[in-house]
Design a protein around this ligand. Structure first.
Ligand SMILES: NC(=O)c1ccc[n+]([C@@H]2O[C@H](COP(=O)([O-])OP(=O)(O)OC[C@H]3O[C@@H](n4cnc5c(N)ncnc54)[C@H](O)[C@@H]3O)[C@@H](O)[C@H]2O)c1
Length: 254
């Protein structure tokens, strides 16, 4: 019985991979999972920042360098992780947004660079994780980190928004296809969140304008996203799959 469980939100005994876990939202999720009893493998591209983050997260954290833009590296990382033992949760968080440009200014190379990490990387991380859940006949929970920008458009972030909207449909189609194998797939769509990803933008003249569009009147802290991640990763959401949960201070209501 769910309600008679001591804590349906516990992650005791669960292992999670958090991609892009060296900083920002991914780091906050890794920290929150460990605080609820979980073990975490964080991945990122830059070795030094990754090792430093793993040290700060402590004994229940391992680091595995991985470039989400490279499907072969994703397959290698996932095989390495499962060699250590079964993995219960994948937080598909790594993402980039390297430019602010109107649609007609975006080059093919720029377009491909965002799609490769945000869309293709998220897709194949999910596939490599799910295949191993099937082989091991174990349930799994995938938590995709998309964006409120995949729900309502953001000026000069059209390619980024398209990849995040793509993650939403990917979340629903994978949820449907894998429901019979007990792999749940859900997505969190954060609104503007204070991380290194956004600090230049928030410090610019756009900062106050963007904030004024958030009904709650403030940007999110990375920690604001962690409650939803714990929910989707734990037994508390065991009957939930294929959902997109905005964590955006009400931004997409407008
Ligand atoms: N900050 C925001 O306002 C905001 C809002 C909505 C959604 N998001 C999404 O949340 C996620 C995390 O964002 P953040 O603000 O913490 O960003 P961040 O830039 O602070 O952190 C991104 C993380 O992803 C990793 N990463 C980047 N490229 C990678 C690659 N090719 N391979 C592996 N790892 C890679 C980085 O090393 C880092 O650990 C992203 O998917 C982003 O799109 C952020």
């Amino acid at each position: 019985m769910l309600l008679s469980m001591p804590d349906p939100f516990s992650l005791e005994g669960r292992t999670a991979i958090v991609t892009g876990g060296s900083r920002g939202i991914g780091y906050a999720i890794a920290e929150a999972f460990i605080a609820r009893g979980g073990r975490v493998i964080i991945t990122a591209r830059g070795e030094e920042a990754l090792q430093d983050a793993a040290r700060r997260l402590g004994a229940n954290c391992l680091a595995s360098r991985c470039d989400n833009g490279d499907p072969a590296d994703i397959a290698r990382m996932m095989a390495d992780a499962w060699r250590l033992g079964p993995v219960d949760v994948l937080v598909n968080n790594a993402g980039i947004s390297p430019f602010y440009k109107r649609a007609e200014q975006v080059t093919v190379e720029e377009f491909d660079s965002v799609v490769q990490v945000n869309l293709r990387g998220t897709y194949f991380c999910a596939v490599e994780f799910a295949k191993r859940c099937f082989e091991a006949a174990r349930p799994g929970a995938i938590v995709n980190i998309s964006s409120a920008g995949g729900i309502t458009p953001l000026d000069r972030l059209g390619v980024y928004g398209a990849t995040k909207a793509g993650i939403h449909l990917m979340t629903k189609s994978m949820a449907l296809e894998w429901v019979d194998r007990s792999v749940r797939v859900n997505a969190i769509a954060p609104g503007w969140t204070e991380t290194e990803f956004t600090d230049g933008l928030f410090a610019s003249r756009w900062g106050d304008i963007l904030k004024s569009h958030v009904p709650m009147g403030r940007f999110a802290a990375p920690e604001d996203v962690t409650g939803a991640a714990i929910y989707f990763a734990s037994e508390a959401s065991r009957y939930v799959t294929g959902t997109i949960l905005p964590v955006d201070g009400g931004r997409t209501l407008r």
